[in-house]
Design a protein around this ligand. Structure first.
Ligand code: NAG
Ligand code: NAG
Ligand code: NAG
Ligand code: NAG
Length: 248
């Protein structure tokens, strides 16, 4: 059975909830990304579907980015309203610093956004530098190993490595390796999907297509995960269970 027929069996990604949607997307990426030349197309699709605001969300994102920019302290490249020493499960202000950079980066890079805004661009780099230097850690591993690298690799993919310094790129690649699903050996579930998503962003941003790795992901993990999630979601269609077992 081909990859695309798996997708067709499961139907349009639009009807699938998270994380099935992500899984379907990763499968699509793997199905289409074989030659290096396809990177641009896949990158564009991932940006549109997963990172940039939709046309509906665009005005709100631009307003948020402008508001975030206006209150950034340009001397420290930190936000005075955030308490950077908080480390609680409910109040961890450093992650707001990261989200704000992500929002500003989306506003800078989305088509129809604040494309040539040099003040926004330099604020992004300055705030990013502070984050990468400080590398704030939360007592809860999830933030350090999943949430932070997810935001950071998303920023790298949106910004594009050609607009980043080697130090920025190196720090984000290093952070991405915290999401080392191949060592943790998740049985499935959302943490695995997030870690795959982080590696997908890293691979697309740095044009690092490792066919071996992605194929291994696809064969050993993604499809098993998909089948299991599908069964859990109880949206099996006739024949699916049999096909799942064939793939496992
Ligand atoms: C900054 O952007 C965030 C989204 O990351 C938004 O929720 C928030 O309202 C903005 N904050 C300020 C103070 O402008
Ligand atoms: C910042 O957070 C720390 C830790 O929660 C707290 O002890 C401190 O009082 C806070 N500072 C301000 C100015 O709110
Ligand atoms: C941004 O700047 C480039 C180069 O000066 C120019 O070609 C482009 O039209 C500008 N884009 C926008 C949206 O202003
Ligand atoms: C490309 O990705 C692979 C797999 O994660 C990694 O082992 C390798 O070091 C990466 N190459 C570069 C140049 O970053």
């Amino acid at each position: 059975m081909t990859i695309m027929s798996v997708l067709q069996l499961y139907g349009s990604p639009i009807i699938l909830g998270f994380p099935q949607f992500l899984v379907a997307l990763v499968i699509t990426v793997i199905a289409t990304a074989t030659p290096q030349d396809d990177f641009a197309i896949v990158r564009e699709n991932v940006l549109k579907i997963m990172l940039w605001p939709t046309p509906d969300q665009l005005p709100a994102t631009l307003a948020q980015a402008a508001a975030n920019l206006s209150i950034l302290d340009l001397n420290t490249c930190q936000w005075p309203d955030l308490n950077y020493t908080t480390r609680g499960p409910e109040n961890w202000d450093p992650v707001l610093h990261m989200f704000r950079i992500s929002t500003m980066t989306a506003a800078l890079t989305v088509p129809g956004g604040m494309t040539n805004d040099t003040a926004l661009s330099s604020a992004i780099h300055c705030a990013l530098e502070v984050w990468l230097e400080q590398d704030w850690q939360n007592p809860n591993w999830w933030w350090n190993y999943i949430q932070d690298p997810l935001i950071a690799t998303g920023i790298m993919l949106m910004l594009g490595v050609e607009r980043m310094s080697p130090a920025e790129i190196g720090a984000i690649i290093a952070m991405s390796y915290r999401a080392d699903w191949w060592i943790k050996d998740w049985g499935g579930g959302a943490n695995l999907v997030w870690e795959l998503q982080i590696q997908l962003y890293r691979g697309l941003a740095t044009s690092n297509y490792s066919a071996e790795r992605l194929n291994a992901i696809f064969r050993q993990r993604i499809l098993c995960l998909t089948c299991r999630e599908m069964e859990m979601q109880n949206i099996r269609r006739p024949g699916i269970a049999v096909r799942c077992r064939e793939q496992l």
